[in-house]
Design a protein around this ligand. Structure first.
Ligand SMILES: Nc1ncnc2c1ncn2[C@@H]1O[C@H](COP(=O)(O)OP(=O)(O)OP(=O)(O)O)[C@@H](O)[C@H]1O
Length: 425
């Protein structure tokens, strides 16, 4: 185990790690995540003994980390740093062999066992192909694999890695994580890595440590840590968390433009006074609008939508108020009433370019009922092309267009501009 008690660390006057208390189990695959500057690399450096704590202690099993000799530490722990640049033009093979130093005598005599281990780790990391190349001639990704190979040549019990896949393409990212998972599962190596990739971390790690401003904000299994509320609080970014259908692990989808950091034209927090927009959509006609209006910080509602419809899915993920109705049935009275309530509460009702059949015609009728509301109609395609009611919907649409307070706009940008103008009035 690795036990961390009351750990503090500062660079000069700058306090970076504050009161970190953790108990890490040997054999786990642990991910350290957190926004830029939250202290992840610094934490990893204190764990490796590279940076001495200002206050607090780290135990490695029952030994104080700062009392373990460098030689012993090198046989227990190996580090893959963030910066893999190597000052000297070593040959790849020689550099990996350097990982065997803790096991060699003081003259650095290379044994048969050293050669076997180096050959094994080169195979694992797919680095044999350039064993005689100079390290600085390799691409960032190839160099990264060589540095991992050198760390593995140390035969460590614990492997610390700082963003090991940062410069790798998607193929090698997966391969490196697969390799780390194998080392963890079959060789019992404890993996502790810093990563910005929340999806890969959520996928592979047994446990995540989420840092914010140098403190542990949350720790636990990925499903406990990777929650949309938590990510919004720590990263100030809107994400949707889904379940990976292959693994059941969480994966994150960024809501486009979902950063809550200061942005042009964006309302920062929703209050009672935040304008409300109700969207009538369906079949994917509302998706783009949902995303754009959500990012502009409006309060959104929608309906009536069939349960399972793609717009219903999007609205559900964004946690919107939805008047919903089971599919393959006429809209229920209850859903219509709830839709009427949402429409009445809204400042603006927006009718997306959705097709109409007998199943959702009531949405149009309801619009005509609400005579005092501001309504924006998204035009573009000929309405007749999306009328599957034999003309009934077209009649309602024409009536709507004539109504005062009803605006017809063909382009999304014009709709957004109109909303901004109407809200200002
Ligand atoms: N050598 C240093 N001297 C002074 N300040 C430093 C030093 N290294 C890091 N810092 C500061 O400490 C804070 C934490 O940095 P650290 O690199 O540990 O964060 P991080 O979470 O790993 O960031 P990133 O995700 O950007 O790599 C930052 O504000 C950084 O500027």
């Amino acid at each position: 185990m690795i036990k961390i008690e009351g750990l503090h660390f500062s660079y000069g006057d700058k306090r970076v790690l504050k009161e970190i208390n953790l108990y890490l189990t040997r054999g786990d695959f642990i991910g350290i995540i957190g926004p830029n500057g939250s202290g992840k690399s610094t934490f990893l450096k204190t764990l490796s003994g590279y940076l001495p704590a200002d206050k607090g202690v780290i135990y490695l099993d029952n030994y104080l980390l700062n009392k373990v000799s460098n030689e012993d530490l090198a046989r227990i722990m190996a580090v893959v740093p963030q910066d893999t640049n190597v000052d000297y033009n070593f040959k790849v093979y020689d550099l990996i062999m350097m990982g065997r130093r803790p096991y060699q005598n003081r003259w650095g005599m290379v044994s048969e066992q050293d050669r076997e281990i180096v050959s094994e780790v080169m195979e694992m990391t797919d680095t044999q192909g350039f064993s005689q190349e100079n390290i600085n001639k390799l691409s960032g990704g190839e160099r990264q694999r060589v540095i991992i190979a050198r760390a593995l040549a140390q035969e460590p019990d614990i492997l610390l890695l700082d963003e090991p896949t940062a410069s790798l393409d998607i193929n090698y990212q997966g391969e490196i994580f697969d390799l780390l998972a194998k080392l963890n599962r079959y060789r019992g190596i404890t993996i502790i890595l810093v990563s910005h990739d929340l999806n890969l971390s959520g996928q592979y790690c047994d446990r995540l440590i989420l840092l914010k401003d140098g403190q542990v904000y949350k720790t636990g299994i990925p499903t406990e840590v990777l929650r949309s509320e938590t990510i919004a609080e720590v990263y100030q970014s809107d994400v949707i968390i889904e379940e990976n259908p292959f693994t059941g692990k969480p994966y994150l989808i960024m809501v486009p433009g979902g950063s809550k950091k200061k942005q042009w034209g964006k309302r920062s927090t929703i209050t009672e006074n935040t304008p409300k927009i109700h969207l009538i959509c369906g079949g994917g006609s509302g998706r783009k609008m949902f995303s754009l209006l959500h990012n502009k910080g409006f309060q959104l509602s929608c309906g009536v939508l069939n349960i399972g419809d793609s717009d219903w899915e999007t609205a559900r993920r964004l946690n919107l108020k939805i008047a919903e109705s089971p599919p393959f049935n006429p809209i229920s009275k209850q859903s219509l009433e709830y839709n009427r309530q949402l429409m009445t509460e809204a400042d603006i009702i927006l009718l997306a370019e959705t097709p109409f059949g007998h199943g959702n015609l009531d949405n149009l009728k309801l619009l005509l009922d609400l005579s005092d509301k501001t309504i924006i109609l998204k035009g573009g395609r000929k309405f007749q092309e999306r009328d599957f009611t034999g003309g009934e919907a077209t009649l309602l649409w024409q009536e709507l267009k004539r109504r005062p307070g009803c605006y017809l706009k063909n382009k999304t940008a014009d709709i957004l501009q109109l909303i901004e103008d109407l809200i200002k009035i």
